[in-house]
Design a protein around this ligand. Structure first.
Ligand SMILES: *[C@@H]1O[C@H](CO)[C@@H](O)[C@H](O)[C@H]1NC(C)=O
Ligand SMILES: *[C@@H]1O[C@H](CO)[C@@H](O)[C@H](O)[C@H]1NC(C)=O
Ligand SMILES: *[C@@H]1O[C@H](CO)[C@@H](O)[C@H](O)[C@H]1NC(C)=O
Ligand SMILES: *[C@@H]1O[C@H](CO)[C@@H](O)[C@H](O)[C@H]1NC(C)=O
Ligand SMILES: *[C@@H]1O[C@H](CO)[C@@H](O)[C@H](O)[C@H]1NC(C)=O
Length: 227
């Protein structure tokens, strides 16, 4: 399976998303937004984006929920995207789901439309949730049966964010966390967003695109770069 590294200069994000007024938000049809680790069957609407986040329940059966302790001295918020507003991130980062007992733990994201293009975004903030003060946790992410990314967490308070663009081959897209013997896999947020079919033509049924670098050119200070 071939994959390409790519650079996105997301002027398009600014045009598409930042000029939108609150009363005419674009559709969230086919969005899947999981705030991993929140209480079973809970859901809420994000205060900035109004996107509804749900719990893990309907997507995965294994795992243990954790809250990052707000009193934990190690937690001082995400350090990536530090020039942007964090308010919408912090809500989603303070809980996570951890998988101590499984070699392979898969989220089955559905419904999706076969042969439609999606971006899948996974975010990780360790925050010393297990009290072990680990300075190295590594595990792999697979998208369906293909290797996507090694997650390499070395900084307790950093937000690690990975994206991939895939074409759905069936009625679901799986994201699996693979324990490679270098620490317990965990995840803070998992999101799936539909894309127009003519975007990113390099992503097709036989190859996917892994985001290497994304640059948001000239955003307003404090604006949220992602939906
Ligand atoms: C969110 O929770 C409410 C109340 O429990 C429920 O009626 C609704 O179906 C839930 N929405 C989703 C998307 O799970
Ligand atoms: C996390 O905090 C919420 C709100 O205080 C609570 O309802 C939930 O039970 C906590 N979860 C865990 C795993 O401690
Ligand atoms: C966690 O580790 C860091 C560096 O490895 C150290 O400076 C810090 O004191 C440790 N914190 C705790 C609570 O053990
Ligand atoms: C993990 O990240 C650390 C810090 O960036 C780096 O020094 C180390 O080489 C990385 N490990 C692997 C296997 O990529
Ligand atoms: C996907 O794109 C690659 C590179 O352009 C091409 O080699 C491959 O045949 C395409 N696959 C399909 C199913 O079109």
């Amino acid at each position: 399976m071939a994959f390409w590294f790519f650079v996105l200069v997301s002027g398009m994000d600014i045009i598409v998303f930042n000029t939108v007024h609150a009363e005419q938000l674009p559709t969230t049809e086919e969005f899947i937004s999981i705030d991993c680790g929140i209480a079973s069957n809970a859901n809420y609407s994000d205060s900035d984006t109004l996107i509804e986040y749900v719990s893990d329940d309907q997507f995965i059966e294994t795992g243990v929920n954790f809250n990052l302790s707000s009193s934990s001295s190690s937690y001082r918020g995400p350090i990536i995207y530090q020039t942007y507003s964090f308010s919408s991130y912090i809500t989603q980062m303070v809980t996570l789901r951890s998988f101590p007992d499984a070699l392979r733990s898969c989220y089955v994201l559905k419904p999706v439309t076969r042969y439609k293009k999606y971006t899948v975004r996974a975010q990780f903030l360790y925050g010393n949730y297990d009290g072990k003060n680990s300075s190295s946790i590594m595990f792999d992410l697979h998208i369906d049966v293909n290797f996507w990314q090694t997650v390499n967490v070395t900084e307790s308070t950093a937000l690690y964010l990975y994206e991939v663009i895939v074409v759905a081959l069936g009625d679901s897209v799986s994201v699996c966390l693979i324990n490679t013997g270098s620490g317990t896999p965990f995840i803070s947020v998992l999101e799936l967003r539909p894309l127009q079919d003519d975007m990113y033509p390099a992503a097709n049924t036989t190859q996917y695109l892994v985001n290497f670098f994304r640059l948001n050119v000239g955003p307003d200070l404090g604006s949220s770069p992602l939906r």
